[in-house]
Write a protein that binds this ligand. Structure first.
Ligand code: GRF
Length: 204
């Protein structure tokens, strides 16, 4: 049984998609804990209701990023995870934290990376006038919203799209690709090798 810790900051719909899919598909994995940097994150309640340990490590209680990341790592390591999943976790992580979880730290970003890193990705996409937008699952490296790409989903950008409409179209795809990527990892069918994502030869 692989152990997964999920980090959230708010709504937690990606976390929910992972919980739901893991149960429905009977993954050889256990969601060991959900941790939020905000005590009032809605997703913590969802996790609790599902019987999963839900922990808050509030960044505002720490004097700097280093101290917060140390406390966060301590909280994570108590659950001895094989994989740490960032699911709408809205904090920039220190290089020390990222190195500690090298090769077992995944993130989802709501754009087709390397386009539109950072915040307000749907606004960025609309402003750029792109015809296609989407979401990316990637291994986390110290550079924000970079890192080896595991999986992407593409959606069309339509003429009269607004930010919320486009965000909802992308989010629906996030809920498909993130559980799929996490499952591949916990089943040993996808891993990080240097700066490349590898899969068994037959599935490439
Ligand atoms: C998602 O769009 C995710 O890609 C981004 O933040 C949003 C979080 O949504 N990083 P949720 O908390 O998973 O509902």
């Amino acid at each position: 049984m692989k152990r997964i810790v999920i980090l959230i900051s708010g709504r937690g719909s990606n976390m929910e998609a992972i919980l739901r899919t893991a149960a429905a598909e009977q993954w050889p994995a256990q969601i060991a804990a959900v941790i939020s940097n905000k005590a009032d994150a809605v997703g913590l309640k969802t996790a609790e209701a599902a019987g999963i340990p839900a922990v808050a490590v509030e960044h505002r209680l720490y004097p700097d990023r280093e101290r917060f990341d140390e406390a966060l790592a301590e909280a994570i390591d108590r659950f001895a995870p094989d994989l740490v999943v960032l699911a709408g976790f809205m904090r920039i992580l220190t290089p020390g934290f990222v190195h500690r979880y090298h090769g077992r730290l995944l993130n989802i970003h709501p754009s087709l990376l390397p386009s539109f890193p950072g915040l307000a990705t749907h606004r960025q996409a609309l402003d750029a006038g792109v015809k296609f937008h989407g979401a990316t699952v990637h291994f986390v490296t110290p550079e924000l919203d970079h890192g080896p790409i595991v999986e992407q989903a593409v959606v069309p950008v339509l003429e009269d799209d607004t930010e919320p409409v486009l965000a909802a179209r992308v989010l629906a795809q996030e809920h498909v690709i993130y559980p799929r990527a996490v499952r591949e990892f916990v089943e040993g069918r996808m891993w990080l090798d240097g700066d490349r994502v590898r899969r068994p030869a037959a599935s490439q």
